[in-house]
Design a protein around this ligand. Structure first.
Ligand code: AMP
Length: 214
């Protein structure tokens, strides 16, 4: 089963991608994580993408698409994918269909996690991540038990470099202008499912399982 998760930044795609990985054994491909790793390791890709990510703009397709195709092909023997953060433009959605075609498979479902822009902004402003184990928390909805320390490994939590007011505003605008049209692309294919994402994570997970018929 191949699933795409759509939704405004802060809508909970990362949390639900992890859930689908654990529950259905799907491989997750998270473009934001892959790009942040490339930046951290200062690879050629990381150097080329840094300025876009710091501003909250999309990384141009010509830099990203070959890289993503390679990542998907690496996983082609898995029982399916959940794509988190990709596609984010119509061109990426069309290219993803071509990649799946080449692999002899197709997308089963695009799930949009629906929350308001106001809610998304609030969630992003309160988000804390653990740089060591990758766990994330939210000062408002899921605070760490011990002030700013990770509940899982005890290390100090940090904010993501692009979770500041200005960059959040850009990311939301980019979503509105470039990513929202992707919903219609999947709607026309009869593959779009819209789920209310404004609830506890496990409630949203149950809604996802129900639309996937699992
Ligand atoms: P995310 O972790 O999904 O919020 O993504 C963080 C940043 O990575 C975005 O603001 C973009 O700069 C970049 N990025 C992630 N996925 C894509 C994509 N599919 N296309 C272009 N840029 C992306």
């Amino acid at each position: 089963m191949n699933v795409v998760l759509l939704g405004i930044p802060g809508s909970g795609k990362g949390t639900q991608a992890d859930f689908l990985k654990n529950r259905l054994g799907l491989r997750t491909i998270n473009t934001g994580d892959l790009l942040r790793e490339a930046m951290k390791k200062k690879t050629e890709l990381g150097k080329r993408t840094k300025e876009f990510m710091e501003k909250g703009d999309l990384v141009p397709d010509k830099i990203l698409l070959d890289f993503i195709e390679e990542k998907i092909k690496e996983q082609k023997r898995s029982s399916g994918f959940v794509l988190d953060g990709f596609p984010r433009t119509l061109k990426q959605a069309e290219d993803l269909d071509l990649i799946f075609q080449k692999l002899g498979t197709e997308l089963d479902c695009a799930i949009k996690l629906d929350i308001s822009e106001k809610r998304a902004r609030k969630r992003l402003e309160g988000r804390l991540v653990c740089p060591f184990c990758g766990a994330f928390f939210n000062l408002e909805t899921n605070p760490p038990k011990d002030d700013i320390l990770c509940d899982i490994c005890g290390n100090k939590l940090v904010r993501r470099f692009d979770d500041n007011k200005e960059t959040i505003a850009t990311r939301i605008q980019v979503y509105r202008e470039k990513t929202k049209p992707v919903e219609n692309y999947y709607k026309k294919q009869g593959k779009l499912e819209i789920i209310n994402g404004d609830a506890e994570a496990d409630v949203v997970s149950r809604r996802i399982i129900s639309v996937l018929g699992k």
